[in-house]
Design a protein. Structure first.
Length: 538
């Protein structure tokens, strides 16, 4: 068996391997990371294109797990949906095989050269993007060097009867080997690292790895790589959990299909290359390419299956809170602004619902009905606080002039939405409670005028939300230009109410204070709507 020194070398080799995978992945992510999310969200429903992009992105990230975690982040932020992400997931699994294909090249003798070049660039260049290139080269050098160390460390195992018996036992218990491989992959968060160890055994002088042993390791590595994505989805949105589950199901179903036909699959793989290391890499690639093209036509029924397993969770009104403010997106300001905009639109929808309900509030049977509506203002306060906190964190990144201006616009809109909510809560609904408490009734003509002015404000509010959603400056400009007409209408209704008072109409006399305050507050709300429109126009 292995001596202490050889065990140290084996342990060190595994650590070098894991660190090398991380360094190579981190370097490539820094080089291309700023654009990766843009590339992913540019995906249309074209499935083959999604597979291609998923493969390319994963080849850059050096990890299908990393791509899936990014996908979970994008889906939880509402930038992608489950059907769009399925093609990317399948492509990511193909892209993950690129690293293993590189490892199958026996270039371990040049590993020190790669490490030296990488360190020289990292230490000799100040520009971070060039340093990232050096880190990538260093990472690959470390991976190749790790394989060399491990291959040398396990030489004594070739003459060990105990180890040979273990290999025989594992070859006769492929399911156990698959489980061990899946567990190790889940632990180290890298299928490439697990398969690299199998390749190191194949490179050893005694050629300790055979395809009958390697295939369960490959199956297990593919299952284990979905564990990180599943963990990343915990506490995330329903859509994000579905993405992680879809990734796991693809791997499980793929292994379920291939496991019974392992023997003919091994014969196919052996026909592709003569050396075991290359056969291992080819088996990993063929497995992932095959499941991609098997499951791609089944993406719709698989999406339905995942939806059945993880049904939609209906958010209770008391639990309504921001759900798109993903802090992992802060390093990509253009996407972060998109998320903040989505939450602002959700906030605007809540304001609109509150305002619509104020009309019915004036005919409520009791004050409790109105107080239920008033609680929605607490939800608005949460949105106001969280969106502002998110934008504050975003401002700490380097924003260009246009992005800084956009931040100011969003803050202006949020402030005005919050002010509208406060007017509804503390003024209009309090007036409604006062009317219900005193059992008062508006005159028919007076109520018709209030309803008409209310509808004008609602039209403007809905119009400004539409303008904000589509960034339609002309639509917003119409609201600004119509402000004098609205003010004139409010003045006419005020004079009309005074005329009814002078005529001695009993309902008008009893509700005069409430009536005039309602008109005033409707005018105040419209002023905030106009302020939002001005922010969009300017």
């Amino acid at each position: 068996m292995l001596s202490n020194i050889e065990l140290f070398y084996l342990f060190g080799g595994i650590c070098f391997l894991l660190y090398g995978v991380k360094q190579a992945g981190d370097g490539l992510q820094y080089i291309a990371g700023a654009k990766l999310r843009h590339i992913l969200i540019s995906i249309t429903d074209h499935k083959l294109r999604a597979i291609a992009v998923g493969a390319i992105v994963t080849a850059l990230l050096q990890s299908s797990t990393a791509t899936t975690v990014v996908l979970i982040s994008l889906v939880s932020s509402g930038l992608l949906n489950l059907p769009q992400s399925i093609g990317i997931i399948l492509g990511a699994d193909i892209g993950s095989t690129v690293t293993v294909q590189l490892l199958a090249f026996n270039v371990a003798d040049y590993a020190i050269l790669f490490i030296g070049i990488g360190i020289s660039i990292m230490l000799g260049v100040k520009r971070k993007s060039i340093q990232a290139v050096g880190r990538t080269i260093f990472g690959f050098g470390l991976i190749f060097y790790a394989i060399k160390i491990m291959s040398a460390a396990i030489i004594p195992l070739g003459s060990s009867d105990i180890f040979k018996n273990i290999l025989i036992a594992l070859s006769e218990s492929p399911l156990l080997l698959l489980i061990l491989s899946a567990g190790f992959t889940a632990l180290v968060h890298s299928s490439a690292a697990t398969i690299a160890i199998a390749i190191a055994l194949a490179f050893s002088q005694q050629h300790l790895m055979t395809m009958s042993l390697a295939l369960p390791i490959i199956y297990g590595a593919n299952i284990g790589t979905s564990a990180t994505a599943l963990l990343a989805s915990v506490g995330n949105t329903v859509e994000a959990k579905r993405v992680a589950l879809a990734h796991a199901l693809f791997k499980l179903f793929g292994v379920a299909i291939f496991y019974p036909i392992s023997s003919p699959f091994i014969l196919l793989v052996q026909a592709t290359a003569s050396d075991t290391a290359r056969q291992i890499a080819n088996a990993h690639t063929l497995f992932n390419v095959a499941i991609a093209f098997v499951f791609l036509p089944l993406s719709v029924p698989l999406s339905k299956l995942v939806t059945i397993i993880i049904p939609e969770y209906k958010e209770k009104e008391t639990e309504v809170k921001p759900k798109y403010l993903d802090e992992k997106m802060l390093d990509t300001p253009s996407l972060a602004f998109g998320l903040a905009t989505r939450e602002t639109l959700r906030m605007a929808e809540i304001v609109s619902e509150m305002f619509i309900a104020t009309r019915a509030a004036f005919h409520a049977k009791n004050e409790e009905e109105i107080e239920i509506l008033q609680r929605k203002d607490d939800i608005l306060d949460i949105f106001d606080r969280e969106i502002k906190r998110y934008l504050t964190k975003l401002s700490q990144h380097h924003l260009n002039q246009e992005q800084s201006h956009r931040s100011v616009i969003l803050l202006t809109i949020i402030n005005n939405l919050e002010d509208i909510g406060d007017i509804i809560d503390k003024n209009l609904l309090e007036l409604a409670k006062k009317k219900v408490r005193k059992q008062l009734e508006f005159s028919q003509q007076g109520w018709n005028e209030i309803q008409e002015l209310h509808q004008r404000v609602l039209n403007n509010l809905e119009q400004v939300i539409a303008a904000f959603t589509t960034n339609d400056k002309m639509l917003a400009k119409q609201i600004v230009e119509n402000k004098p007409d609205f003010a004139e209408l409010e003045r006419q209704f005020r004079q009309s109410h005074i005329a009814r008072l002078q005529a001695g109409l009993p309902e008008s006399l009893e509700t005069s204070e409430i009536h005039l305050d309602v008109l005033t507050n409707l005018k105040r709300i419209n002023s905030h709507v106009v302020a939002i429109a001005l922010a969009i126009v300017e």
